[in-house]
Design a protein around this ligand. Structure first.
Ligand SMILES: Cc1cc2nc3c(=O)[nH]c(=O)nc-3n(C[C@H](O)[C@H](O)[C@H](O)COP(=O)(O)OP(=O)(O)OC[C@H]3O[C@@H](n4cnc5c(N)ncnc54)[C@H](O)[C@@H]3O)c2cc1C
Length: 491
Protein backbone atom coordinates (compact mmCIF):
# COMPACT_ATOMS: atom_id res chain seq x y z
CA UNK A 1 0.00 0.00 0.00
CA UNK A 2 2.78 2.42 0.95
CA UNK A 3 4.92 1.77 -2.11
CA UNK A 4 1.95 2.06 -4.47
CA UNK A 5 0.59 5.22 -2.91
CA UNK A 6 3.99 6.93 -2.65
CA UNK A 7 4.79 6.02 -6.26
CA UNK A 8 1.43 7.30 -7.39
CA UNK A 9 1.64 10.68 -5.66
CA UNK A 10 5.30 11.44 -4.99
CA UNK A 11 6.88 9.32 -7.73
CA UNK A 12 6.31 12.02 -10.32
CA UNK A 13 8.82 14.30 -8.59
CA UNK A 14 12.20 14.40 -10.34
CA UNK A 15 14.96 12.38 -8.63
CA UNK A 16 12.45 10.58 -6.40
CA UNK A 17 12.88 6.83 -6.33
CA UNK A 18 11.28 4.10 -4.23
CA UNK A 19 12.76 0.71 -3.43
CA UNK A 20 10.58 -1.98 -1.88
CA UNK A 21 12.36 -4.72 0.05
CA UNK A 22 10.34 -7.85 0.79
CA UNK A 23 11.18 -11.36 1.83
CA UNK A 24 9.11 -14.19 0.44
CA UNK A 25 10.91 -16.52 2.85
CA UNK A 26 9.49 -14.52 5.77
CA UNK A 27 6.15 -13.78 4.10
CA UNK A 28 3.37 -11.57 5.42
CA UNK A 29 1.26 -12.00 8.54
CA UNK A 30 -1.33 -13.79 6.39
CA UNK A 31 -4.48 -12.32 7.95
CA UNK A 32 -6.41 -9.06 7.64
CA UNK A 33 -9.37 -9.27 5.34
CA UNK A 34 -12.08 -6.93 6.57
CA UNK A 35 -11.93 -3.17 6.04
CA UNK A 36 -13.87 0.02 6.72
CA UNK A 37 -15.29 2.46 4.15
CA UNK A 38 -12.23 4.71 4.03
CA UNK A 39 -10.46 2.07 1.90
CA UNK A 40 -12.62 3.18 -1.03
CA UNK A 41 -10.84 6.55 -0.98
CA UNK A 42 -7.45 4.85 -0.90
CA UNK A 43 -8.25 2.57 -3.83
CA UNK A 44 -9.53 5.53 -5.83
CA UNK A 45 -6.47 7.60 -4.97
CA UNK A 46 -4.16 4.96 -6.45
CA UNK A 47 -6.42 4.62 -9.48
CA UNK A 48 -7.85 1.12 -8.94
CA UNK A 49 -10.88 0.09 -10.92
CA UNK A 50 -13.35 -1.28 -8.35
CA UNK A 51 -14.43 -4.28 -10.41
CA UNK A 52 -10.90 -5.27 -11.38
CA UNK A 53 -10.01 -5.01 -7.68
CA UNK A 54 -13.04 -7.16 -6.70
CA UNK A 55 -12.05 -9.87 -9.18
CA UNK A 56 -8.33 -9.81 -8.43
CA UNK A 57 -8.72 -9.96 -4.65
CA UNK A 58 -11.85 -12.20 -4.70
CA UNK A 59 -13.51 -9.49 -2.68
CA UNK A 60 -17.00 -9.18 -1.33
CA UNK A 61 -18.80 -6.13 -0.05
CA UNK A 62 -19.13 -5.31 3.61
CA UNK A 63 -22.02 -3.28 5.01
CA UNK A 64 -21.06 -3.62 8.64
CA UNK A 65 -20.25 -6.08 11.39
CA UNK A 66 -22.77 -8.39 13.01
CA UNK A 67 -21.94 -8.83 16.70
CA UNK A 68 -23.29 -12.08 18.09
CA UNK A 69 -23.39 -12.97 21.82
CA UNK A 70 -21.53 -9.81 22.81
CA UNK A 71 -24.19 -8.35 25.10
CA UNK A 72 -25.46 -11.74 26.28
CA UNK A 73 -25.70 -15.22 24.80
CA UNK A 74 -28.38 -15.34 22.10
CA UNK A 75 -28.32 -11.57 21.43
CA UNK A 76 -27.05 -9.95 18.24
CA UNK A 77 -26.83 -6.52 16.65
CA UNK A 78 -25.23 -4.91 13.63
CA UNK A 79 -22.72 -2.09 13.61
CA UNK A 80 -23.60 -0.87 10.11
CA UNK A 81 -21.77 1.58 7.87
CA UNK A 82 -23.62 4.82 7.10
CA UNK A 83 -26.27 6.45 9.27
CA UNK A 84 -29.66 5.63 10.78
CA UNK A 85 -33.12 7.01 10.02
CA UNK A 86 -33.55 10.69 9.25
CA UNK A 87 -32.60 13.64 11.45
CA UNK A 88 -35.76 15.67 12.17
CA UNK A 89 -36.52 19.12 13.64
CA UNK A 90 -32.79 19.83 13.74
CA UNK A 91 -31.88 16.98 16.09
CA UNK A 92 -30.42 13.56 15.53
CA UNK A 93 -32.63 10.60 14.69
CA UNK A 94 -31.76 8.60 17.78
CA UNK A 95 -33.75 11.00 19.99
CA UNK A 96 -36.95 10.08 18.12
CA UNK A 97 -36.05 6.42 18.34
CA UNK A 98 -35.56 6.71 22.12
CA UNK A 99 -38.92 8.47 22.43
CA UNK A 100 -40.53 5.82 20.23
CA UNK A 101 -39.23 3.14 22.59
CA UNK A 102 -40.85 4.89 25.52
CA UNK A 103 -44.09 4.98 23.52
CA UNK A 104 -43.99 1.23 22.86
CA UNK A 105 -42.06 0.94 19.56
CA UNK A 106 -40.23 -2.39 19.78
CA UNK A 107 -38.11 -2.05 16.62
CA UNK A 108 -34.35 -2.28 17.11
CA UNK A 109 -32.10 0.50 15.87
CA UNK A 110 -30.90 -1.93 13.14
CA UNK A 111 -34.30 -1.60 11.48
CA UNK A 112 -33.56 2.07 10.85
CA UNK A 113 -30.30 1.39 9.03
CA UNK A 114 -30.33 0.58 5.33
CA UNK A 115 -26.86 -0.99 5.59
CA UNK A 116 -27.96 -3.30 8.41
CA UNK A 117 -31.17 -4.31 6.64
CA UNK A 118 -29.56 -4.82 3.22
CA UNK A 119 -26.69 -6.69 4.86
CA UNK A 120 -28.98 -9.07 6.72
CA UNK A 121 -30.96 -9.67 3.52
CA UNK A 122 -27.78 -10.48 1.56
CA UNK A 123 -28.37 -7.47 -0.72
CA UNK A 124 -26.00 -4.87 -2.07
CA UNK A 125 -25.90 -1.81 -4.29
CA UNK A 126 -23.79 1.33 -4.37
CA UNK A 127 -24.96 4.31 -2.32
CA UNK A 128 -26.89 7.05 -4.11
CA UNK A 129 -25.69 10.10 -2.17
CA UNK A 130 -27.71 12.77 -3.98
CA UNK A 131 -31.13 11.21 -3.63
CA UNK A 132 -33.90 11.15 -1.02
CA UNK A 133 -33.66 7.35 -1.01
CA UNK A 134 -32.40 5.56 2.10
CA UNK A 135 -29.53 4.57 -0.23
CA UNK A 136 -28.13 8.05 0.44
CA UNK A 137 -27.39 6.84 3.98
CA UNK A 138 -25.52 3.68 3.00
CA UNK A 139 -21.76 3.29 3.15
CA UNK A 140 -19.73 0.22 2.35
CA UNK A 141 -16.31 -1.38 2.52
CA UNK A 142 -14.69 -4.59 1.28
CA UNK A 143 -13.69 -8.00 2.53
CA UNK A 144 -10.78 -9.31 0.49
CA UNK A 145 -7.94 -11.78 0.28
CA UNK A 146 -5.10 -9.72 1.76
CA UNK A 147 -2.36 -11.73 0.04
CA UNK A 148 -4.04 -11.11 -3.30
CA UNK A 149 -4.43 -7.42 -2.49
CA UNK A 150 -0.70 -7.16 -1.74
CA UNK A 151 0.17 -8.98 -4.98
CA UNK A 152 -2.23 -6.78 -6.94
CA UNK A 153 -0.74 -3.61 -5.47
CA UNK A 154 2.78 -4.89 -6.06
CA UNK A 155 2.04 -5.07 -9.80
CA UNK A 156 0.64 -1.52 -9.71
CA UNK A 157 3.64 -0.27 -7.73
CA UNK A 158 6.16 -1.84 -10.09
CA UNK A 159 4.27 -0.43 -13.09
CA UNK A 160 4.53 3.00 -11.42
CA UNK A 161 8.31 2.70 -11.19
CA UNK A 162 8.93 1.08 -7.81
CA UNK A 163 12.04 -1.13 -7.77
CA UNK A 164 11.32 -4.30 -5.77
CA UNK A 165 14.13 -6.31 -4.23
CA UNK A 166 13.66 -9.79 -2.88
CA UNK A 167 15.82 -10.36 0.16
CA UNK A 168 16.04 -10.53 3.89
CA UNK A 169 17.30 -7.53 5.85
CA UNK A 170 20.04 -8.83 8.13
CA UNK A 171 21.66 -5.60 9.27
CA UNK A 172 20.69 -1.97 9.62
CA UNK A 173 23.46 0.61 9.18
CA UNK A 174 23.07 3.88 11.08
CA UNK A 175 24.92 7.19 10.73
CA UNK A 176 27.19 7.56 13.72
CA UNK A 177 26.37 11.23 14.39
CA UNK A 178 22.63 11.40 13.93
CA UNK A 179 21.58 7.79 14.42
CA UNK A 180 19.59 8.02 11.18
CA UNK A 181 19.27 4.80 9.24
CA UNK A 182 21.71 4.95 6.32
CA UNK A 183 21.33 1.57 4.65
CA UNK A 184 19.91 -1.93 4.89
CA UNK A 185 22.14 -4.93 4.33
CA UNK A 186 20.39 -7.92 2.76
CA UNK A 187 21.28 -11.59 3.15
CA UNK A 188 22.32 -11.74 -0.51
CA UNK A 189 24.94 -9.04 0.05
CA UNK A 190 22.91 -6.19 -1.49
CA UNK A 191 23.15 -2.83 0.24
CA UNK A 192 20.05 -0.62 0.01
CA UNK A 193 20.74 3.02 0.80
CA UNK A 194 18.06 5.64 1.29
CA UNK A 195 17.10 8.98 2.78
CA UNK A 196 13.70 8.04 4.21
CA UNK A 197 12.89 4.51 5.37
CA UNK A 198 9.29 3.34 5.73
CA UNK A 199 9.29 0.42 8.14
CA UNK A 200 6.57 -2.02 7.05
CA UNK A 201 8.28 -5.06 8.56
CA UNK A 202 5.26 -6.22 10.58
CA UNK A 203 5.39 -7.23 14.25
CA UNK A 204 9.21 -7.39 14.03
CA UNK A 205 9.35 -3.59 13.72
CA UNK A 206 12.83 -4.06 12.32
CA UNK A 207 13.85 -0.43 11.99
CA UNK A 208 11.69 1.53 14.44
CA UNK A 209 11.52 -1.02 17.24
CA UNK A 210 14.77 -2.93 16.85
CA UNK A 211 17.30 -0.54 15.27
CA UNK A 212 16.00 2.73 16.77
CA UNK A 213 14.73 1.15 19.96
CA UNK A 214 11.50 3.15 20.15
CA UNK A 215 9.57 1.72 23.11
CA UNK A 216 6.17 0.06 22.91
CA UNK A 217 3.21 1.54 24.81
CA UNK A 218 1.43 -1.52 26.14
CA UNK A 219 -2.36 -1.32 26.30
CA UNK A 220 -3.00 -4.96 27.13
CA UNK A 221 -4.63 -4.07 30.47
CA UNK A 222 -7.43 -2.51 28.41
CA UNK A 223 -7.41 -5.05 25.61
CA UNK A 224 -6.35 -8.36 27.15
CA UNK A 225 -6.61 -10.51 24.01
CA UNK A 226 -3.06 -11.37 22.96
CA UNK A 227 -3.43 -14.38 20.67
CA UNK A 228 -5.24 -15.54 17.59
CA UNK A 229 -5.65 -18.62 15.52
CA UNK A 230 -6.82 -18.22 11.93
CA UNK A 231 -8.04 -20.69 9.34
CA UNK A 232 -9.80 -20.31 5.99
CA UNK A 233 -12.63 -22.70 5.11
CA UNK A 234 -14.79 -23.53 2.10
CA UNK A 235 -17.94 -21.51 1.52
CA UNK A 236 -20.97 -22.52 3.55
CA UNK A 237 -23.77 -21.00 5.60
CA UNK A 238 -25.21 -17.58 4.80
CA UNK A 239 -22.81 -15.26 3.02
CA UNK A 240 -24.28 -11.83 3.48
CA UNK A 241 -22.15 -8.72 2.93
CA UNK A 242 -21.33 -8.57 6.65
CA UNK A 243 -18.35 -9.52 8.76
CA UNK A 244 -19.44 -11.53 11.79
CA UNK A 245 -17.91 -11.37 15.23
CA UNK A 246 -19.14 -13.97 17.73
CA UNK A 247 -18.11 -13.53 21.34
CA UNK A 248 -16.58 -16.63 22.93
CA UNK A 249 -15.71 -17.44 26.52
CA UNK A 250 -12.29 -15.71 26.37
CA UNK A 251 -12.42 -13.60 23.22
CA UNK A 252 -14.26 -13.73 19.93
CA UNK A 253 -14.38 -15.40 16.55
CA UNK A 254 -14.38 -13.64 13.19
CA UNK A 255 -16.08 -14.84 10.03
CA UNK A 256 -15.31 -13.02 6.79
CA UNK A 257 -16.98 -14.45 3.67
CA UNK A 258 -15.05 -13.82 0.43
CA UNK A 259 -16.00 -14.93 -3.08
CA UNK A 260 -13.99 -18.15 -2.93
CA UNK A 261 -13.72 -18.99 0.79
CA UNK A 262 -14.47 -17.81 4.31
CA UNK A 263 -11.76 -16.31 6.50
CA UNK A 264 -12.12 -17.36 10.15
CA UNK A 265 -10.18 -16.65 13.27
CA UNK A 266 -10.42 -16.81 17.02
CA UNK A 267 -8.93 -13.91 18.97
CA UNK A 268 -8.44 -14.80 22.63
CA UNK A 269 -6.68 -13.97 25.88
CA UNK A 270 -4.03 -16.59 26.61
CA UNK A 271 -4.38 -15.90 30.34
CA UNK A 272 -7.89 -17.31 30.12
CA UNK A 273 -7.75 -19.98 27.41
CA UNK A 274 -4.98 -22.17 26.10
CA UNK A 275 -4.08 -22.36 22.44
CA UNK A 276 -5.25 -25.90 21.81
CA UNK A 277 -8.69 -25.19 23.30
CA UNK A 278 -8.92 -21.98 21.28
CA UNK A 279 -8.04 -23.89 18.11
CA UNK A 280 -10.58 -26.64 18.84
CA UNK A 281 -13.29 -24.07 19.47
CA UNK A 282 -12.53 -22.38 16.16
CA UNK A 283 -12.48 -25.62 14.18
CA UNK A 284 -15.76 -26.71 15.78
CA UNK A 285 -17.43 -23.50 14.61
CA UNK A 286 -16.67 -23.31 10.89
CA UNK A 287 -19.32 -23.19 8.17
CA UNK A 288 -17.16 -25.21 5.74
CA UNK A 289 -14.15 -27.51 5.50
CA UNK A 290 -10.80 -26.09 6.70
CA UNK A 291 -8.53 -25.22 3.78
CA UNK A 292 -5.21 -24.96 5.64
CA UNK A 293 -3.49 -25.71 8.88
CA UNK A 294 -4.49 -23.20 11.57
CA UNK A 295 -2.18 -20.16 11.62
CA UNK A 296 -1.13 -19.33 15.21
CA UNK A 297 -0.40 -15.69 16.06
CA UNK A 298 0.63 -13.77 19.16
CA UNK A 299 0.48 -10.02 19.70
CA UNK A 300 0.21 -7.28 22.23
CA UNK A 301 -2.27 -4.39 22.08
CA UNK A 302 -0.56 -1.04 21.86
CA UNK A 303 1.73 1.01 19.68
CA UNK A 304 5.26 2.30 19.39
CA UNK A 305 5.60 5.50 21.42
CA UNK A 306 6.63 7.36 18.27
CA UNK A 307 5.68 6.02 14.84
CA UNK A 308 8.16 8.43 13.23
CA UNK A 309 11.68 8.62 14.66
CA UNK A 310 14.64 10.24 12.89
CA UNK A 311 14.32 9.16 9.23
CA UNK A 312 12.13 6.11 9.87
CA UNK A 313 8.33 6.11 9.60
CA UNK A 314 6.62 2.89 10.65
CA UNK A 315 3.33 1.77 9.15
CA UNK A 316 1.09 -1.17 9.92
CA UNK A 317 2.08 -3.76 12.47
CA UNK A 318 5.56 -2.24 12.75
CA UNK A 319 3.87 0.84 14.29
CA UNK A 320 1.39 -0.93 16.55
CA UNK A 321 -1.57 -3.25 16.76
CA UNK A 322 -5.15 -3.12 17.93
CA UNK A 323 -7.12 -6.32 17.59
CA UNK A 324 -9.25 -6.59 14.45
CA UNK A 325 -12.62 -6.27 16.21
CA UNK A 326 -13.55 -3.21 14.14
CA UNK A 327 -11.26 -3.99 11.17
CA UNK A 328 -9.09 -0.94 11.71
CA UNK A 329 -5.51 -2.07 11.02
CA UNK A 330 -5.51 -1.72 7.25
CA UNK A 331 -7.11 1.66 7.79
CA UNK A 332 -4.24 2.60 10.13
CA UNK A 333 -1.80 1.77 7.32
CA UNK A 334 -3.81 3.96 4.99
CA UNK A 335 -4.10 6.90 7.37
CA UNK A 336 -0.37 6.62 8.18
CA UNK A 337 0.36 6.90 4.47
CA UNK A 338 -1.94 9.92 4.18
CA UNK A 339 -0.22 11.62 7.12
CA UNK A 340 3.20 10.85 5.66
CA UNK A 341 2.16 12.38 2.35
CA UNK A 342 0.93 15.56 3.96
CA UNK A 343 4.00 15.88 6.20
CA UNK A 344 6.49 14.53 3.67
CA UNK A 345 9.93 15.65 4.93
CA UNK A 346 12.85 17.32 3.29
CA UNK A 347 16.39 16.42 4.22
CA UNK A 348 16.26 18.50 7.41
CA UNK A 349 13.60 16.20 8.94
CA UNK A 350 11.85 18.98 10.82
CA UNK A 351 11.11 18.06 14.44
CA UNK A 352 7.86 20.04 14.34
CA UNK A 353 6.51 17.96 11.49
CA UNK A 354 7.66 14.71 13.04
CA UNK A 355 6.01 15.69 16.33
CA UNK A 356 2.75 16.46 14.53
CA UNK A 357 2.84 13.09 12.79
CA UNK A 358 3.39 11.32 16.09
CA UNK A 359 0.72 13.28 17.93
CA UNK A 360 -1.94 12.51 15.33
CA UNK A 361 -0.92 8.88 15.11
CA UNK A 362 -1.13 8.46 18.87
CA UNK A 363 -4.54 10.13 18.92
CA UNK A 364 -5.85 7.86 16.20
CA UNK A 365 -4.68 4.75 18.05
CA UNK A 366 -6.18 5.88 21.33
CA UNK A 367 -9.51 6.82 19.72
CA UNK A 368 -9.77 3.35 18.21
CA UNK A 369 -8.69 1.73 21.49
CA UNK A 370 -11.49 3.54 23.33
CA UNK A 371 -14.07 2.33 20.85
CA UNK A 372 -12.82 -1.25 21.14
CA UNK A 373 -12.84 -1.19 24.93
CA UNK A 374 -16.51 -0.16 24.82
CA UNK A 375 -17.40 -3.55 23.28
CA UNK A 376 -15.74 -5.46 26.10
CA UNK A 377 -16.69 -3.35 29.06
CA UNK A 378 -20.38 -2.82 28.39
CA UNK A 379 -21.72 -6.34 28.49
CA UNK A 380 -24.06 -8.37 30.63
CA UNK A 381 -21.87 -11.45 30.21
CA UNK A 382 -20.41 -12.82 33.40
CA UNK A 383 -20.15 -16.46 32.38
CA UNK A 384 -16.32 -16.61 32.45
CA UNK A 385 -13.37 -15.03 34.24
CA UNK A 386 -12.54 -13.24 31.02
CA UNK A 387 -15.89 -11.46 30.82
CA UNK A 388 -15.84 -10.66 34.53
CA UNK A 389 -12.39 -9.08 34.02
CA UNK A 390 -13.68 -7.05 31.08
CA UNK A 391 -16.78 -5.83 32.89
CA UNK A 392 -14.69 -4.59 35.78
CA UNK A 393 -11.74 -3.12 33.94
CA UNK A 394 -10.94 0.52 34.49
CA UNK A 395 -11.99 2.39 31.39
CA UNK A 396 -9.89 5.03 29.62
CA UNK A 397 -11.20 8.48 30.68
CA UNK A 398 -12.92 9.69 27.53
CA UNK A 399 -15.05 6.58 27.11
CA UNK A 400 -16.72 6.85 30.50
CA UNK A 401 -17.84 10.39 29.77
CA UNK A 402 -19.25 9.34 26.40
CA UNK A 403 -21.15 6.43 27.90
CA UNK A 404 -22.48 8.54 30.76
CA UNK A 405 -23.65 11.30 28.44
CA UNK A 406 -25.42 8.82 26.19
CA UNK A 407 -26.98 6.96 29.09
CA UNK A 408 -28.39 10.18 30.52
CA UNK A 409 -29.76 11.84 27.42
CA UNK A 410 -28.93 9.98 24.21
CA UNK A 411 -26.36 12.58 23.18
CA UNK A 412 -23.15 11.62 21.39
CA UNK A 413 -20.21 13.84 20.56
CA UNK A 414 -17.48 13.01 18.09
CA UNK A 415 -14.12 14.15 19.44
CA UNK A 416 -11.46 15.74 17.22
CA UNK A 417 -12.69 14.15 14.02
CA UNK A 418 -12.16 10.69 15.52
CA UNK A 419 -12.42 7.72 13.19
CA UNK A 420 -15.69 6.34 14.52
CA UNK A 421 -18.65 8.62 13.96
CA UNK A 422 -21.70 9.28 16.12
CA UNK A 423 -23.55 6.58 14.15
CA UNK A 424 -20.93 3.99 15.10
CA UNK A 425 -21.00 4.93 18.77
CA UNK A 426 -24.79 4.82 18.67
CA UNK A 427 -24.89 1.31 17.20
CA UNK A 428 -22.34 -0.15 19.54
CA UNK A 429 -23.52 1.57 22.72
CA UNK A 430 -27.09 0.42 22.10
CA UNK A 431 -25.90 -3.00 20.96
CA UNK A 432 -23.86 -3.36 24.14
CA UNK A 433 -26.84 -2.48 26.28
CA UNK A 434 -26.23 1.19 27.10
CA UNK A 435 -29.82 2.45 27.13
CA UNK A 436 -30.54 6.21 27.34
CA UNK A 437 -32.82 7.33 30.16
CA UNK A 438 -34.26 10.16 28.15
CA UNK A 439 -33.88 12.08 24.90
CA UNK A 440 -33.48 15.62 23.61
CA UNK A 441 -36.56 17.70 24.60
CA UNK A 442 -37.17 18.74 21.00
CA UNK A 443 -38.20 15.15 20.20
CA UNK A 444 -41.38 15.87 22.20
CA UNK A 445 -42.44 18.48 19.63
CA UNK A 446 -43.90 15.61 17.62
CA UNK A 447 -46.96 14.21 19.33
CA UNK A 448 -47.08 10.54 20.25
CA UNK A 449 -49.03 9.34 17.22
CA UNK A 450 -46.94 11.37 14.83
CA UNK A 451 -43.74 10.01 16.37
CA UNK A 452 -44.85 6.39 16.02
CA UNK A 453 -46.21 6.96 12.50
CA UNK A 454 -43.02 8.56 11.30
CA UNK A 455 -40.90 5.81 12.79
CA UNK A 456 -43.08 3.15 11.15
CA UNK A 457 -42.84 4.94 7.81
CA UNK A 458 -39.05 5.19 7.95
CA UNK A 459 -38.80 1.49 8.80
CA UNK A 460 -41.10 0.54 5.95
CA UNK A 461 -39.21 2.58 3.34
CA UNK A 462 -35.89 1.10 4.49
CA UNK A 463 -37.26 -2.44 4.46
CA UNK A 464 -38.77 -2.02 0.98
CA UNK A 465 -35.62 -0.40 -0.39
CA UNK A 466 -33.45 -3.20 0.99
CA UNK A 467 -35.70 -5.87 -0.52
CA UNK A 468 -35.55 -4.26 -3.96
CA UNK A 469 -31.74 -4.28 -4.14
CA UNK A 470 -29.91 -6.99 -6.07
CA UNK A 471 -28.29 -9.74 -4.08
CA UNK A 472 -24.58 -9.29 -3.62
CA UNK A 473 -23.94 -12.15 -6.10
CA UNK A 474 -26.20 -10.58 -8.72
CA UNK A 475 -24.51 -7.21 -8.23
CA UNK A 476 -21.02 -8.69 -8.65
CA UNK A 477 -22.09 -10.67 -11.73
CA UNK A 478 -23.84 -7.72 -13.37
CA UNK A 479 -21.05 -5.24 -12.72
CA UNK A 480 -18.17 -7.53 -13.64
CA UNK A 481 -16.73 -7.96 -10.15
CA UNK A 482 -17.28 -11.72 -9.80
CA UNK A 483 -14.44 -14.17 -10.27
CA UNK A 484 -14.90 -16.29 -13.38
CA UNK A 485 -16.57 -19.75 -13.15
CA UNK A 486 -13.19 -21.30 -14.06
CA UNK A 487 -11.48 -19.50 -11.16
CA UNK A 488 -14.33 -20.52 -8.89
CA UNK A 489 -13.78 -24.16 -9.76
CA UNK A 490 -10.04 -24.01 -9.13
CA UNK A 491 -10.36 -21.93 -5.93
C1 LIG B 1 -5.15 -11.99 13.96
C2 LIG B 1 -5.16 -10.77 13.08
C3 LIG B 1 -6.29 -10.46 12.34
C4 LIG B 1 -6.32 -9.31 11.57
N1 LIG B 1 -7.47 -8.96 10.89
C5 LIG B 1 -7.53 -7.77 10.27
C6 LIG B 1 -8.72 -7.34 9.61
O1 LIG B 1 -9.71 -8.05 9.52
N2 LIG B 1 -8.72 -6.11 9.06
C7 LIG B 1 -7.64 -5.29 9.09
O2 LIG B 1 -7.72 -4.16 8.63
N3 LIG B 1 -6.49 -5.70 9.62
C8 LIG B 1 -6.41 -6.90 10.23
N4 LIG B 1 -5.24 -7.31 10.79
C9 LIG B 1 -4.04 -6.50 10.60
C10 LIG B 1 -3.49 -6.71 9.21
O3 LIG B 1 -3.22 -8.08 9.01
C11 LIG B 1 -2.23 -5.89 9.02
O4 LIG B 1 -2.45 -4.57 9.41
C12 LIG B 1 -1.85 -5.87 7.56
O5 LIG B 1 -1.77 -7.17 7.06
C13 LIG B 1 -0.52 -5.17 7.37
O6 LIG B 1 0.51 -5.94 7.89
P1 LIG B 1 2.00 -5.40 7.74
O7 LIG B 1 2.26 -5.12 6.31
O8 LIG B 1 2.22 -4.32 8.71
O9 LIG B 1 2.87 -6.65 8.23
P2 LIG B 1 3.16 -8.06 7.51
O10 LIG B 1 1.99 -8.55 6.76
O11 LIG B 1 3.72 -8.93 8.58
O12 LIG B 1 4.28 -7.72 6.46
C14 LIG B 1 5.62 -7.52 6.86
C15 LIG B 1 6.48 -7.50 5.63
O13 LIG B 1 7.81 -7.23 6.01
C16 LIG B 1 8.65 -8.20 5.43
N5 LIG B 1 9.79 -8.43 6.31
C17 LIG B 1 9.78 -8.66 7.65
N6 LIG B 1 11.03 -8.84 8.11
C18 LIG B 1 11.84 -8.70 7.04
C19 LIG B 1 13.25 -8.78 6.85
N7 LIG B 1 14.08 -9.06 7.84
N8 LIG B 1 13.72 -8.59 5.60
C20 LIG B 1 12.90 -8.33 4.55
N9 LIG B 1 11.58 -8.24 4.67
C21 LIG B 1 11.06 -8.43 5.89
C22 LIG B 1 7.80 -9.44 5.27
O14 LIG B 1 8.30 -10.31 4.29
C23 LIG B 1 6.47 -8.83 4.85
O15 LIG B 1 6.45 -8.58 3.47
C24 LIG B 1 -5.18 -8.48 11.51
C25 LIG B 1 -4.02 -8.85 12.20
C26 LIG B 1 -4.00 -9.97 12.99
C27 LIG B 1 -2.75 -10.32 13.73
Amino acid sequence: MAATALAHIMGKLPSFSITLVESEAIGTVGVGEATIPQIIGFNRMIGLDEMEFMRETRATYKLGIEFVDWLRLGHSYVHPFGTHGIDMLGIEFQHFWIRGKALGDTASIDEYSIAAMAGKAGKFDWPRPDTKSPMAKLAYAFQFDAARYAAFLRKKAEAAGVRRIEGRVVEVEQESETGHVAALMLDNGTKVEGELFVDCSGFRSLLLGQALDVPFSDWSHWLPCDSAVAVPCTLGGRNEPLTRSTARSAGWQWRIPLQHRIGNGHVFASDHLDRSEATDLLLANLDGEPLAEPNQLSFKAGHRARAWEKNVVALGLAAGFLEPLESTSIHLVQSGIARLMSLFPDKSFSEVEIARFNKETEREYSDIRDFLVLHYHCTERDDSDFWRYCRNLEMPDGVLEKIEMFRRSGRIFRENNELFTEASWLSVMLGQGVVPLTHHPVARLLDETETLNRLAHIRKVIEQTAQQLPTQDQFLQQRGGAMSPRERLSA
